[in-house]
Design a protein around this ligand. Structure first.
Ligand code: 2AM
Length: 167
């Protein structure tokens, strides 16, 4: 039997936006703020699934494949919170409800869409004024596996779920 995998559904960020975020982080935070998340690991989690067996992965993947939603536009414009996007909130809520029904523990906290920039922060640092506005179309969501090897966290896209084309 295969080992359980640590899985989550997320939005991939365009690589241009990942680079802009990393540049903004480098100029707005002290170098020792924490462990910076690598540019290509920056993402927006929709639903964290935890350690999932192959069987449960198949069931969750099939449920996710049945979701129907048009694409939407996401705007990142704040270092604290993001402009609400109805499509984003709806998608996260559907995936979280499916995950909960499939037995994946879901935090009772409300969904706060965010992109983690640092891990293991040693102390609170002042949040800089945002001064940016990055807007991009979101045309799919992704099932990722998170793994840790040789001191590095890797996120591997296992399945991609394209949205319905906007009419
Ligand atoms: P974070 O960025 O807020 O830490 C892969 O680890 C993704 O799953 C990360 O985006 C992380 O969110 C999220 N994640 C990891 N462990 C989690 C947990 N126990 N509950 C909710 N989300 C979690």
């Amino acid at each position: 039997m295969s080992e359980p995998k640590r899985l989550f559904f997320a939005l991939e960020l365009p690589s241009a936006v990942q680079k802009q975020i990393v540049q903004w982080r480098a100029t707005h935070f002290p170098e020792d703020a924490g462990r910076p998340v690598a540019a290509d690991n920056l993402h927006l989690t929709l639903a964290f699934l935890g350690e999932v067996s192959a069987e449960k992965q198949r069931a969750l993947a099939a449920l996710a494949g049945r979701l129907r939603q048009p694409g939407f536009t996401l705007t990142l414009d704040d270092a604290g919170q993001w402009l609400r996007s109805r499509g984003l909130l709806q998608l996260a809520s559907m995936l979280r409800a499916q995950a909960a029904r499939s037995g994946c523990y879901q935090s009772p906290q409300p969904f706060h869409p965010h992109i983690t920039l640092w891990r293991d922060a040693r102390q609170a640092v002042p949040i800089p004024a945002p001064g940016f506005r990055w807007t991009f179309p979101v045309n799919e969501f992704v099932l990722y596996e998170s793994s840790f090897s040789r001191g590095r966290t890797r996120y591997t896209a296992l399945e991609r779920y394209p949205f319905d084309k906007e009419s």
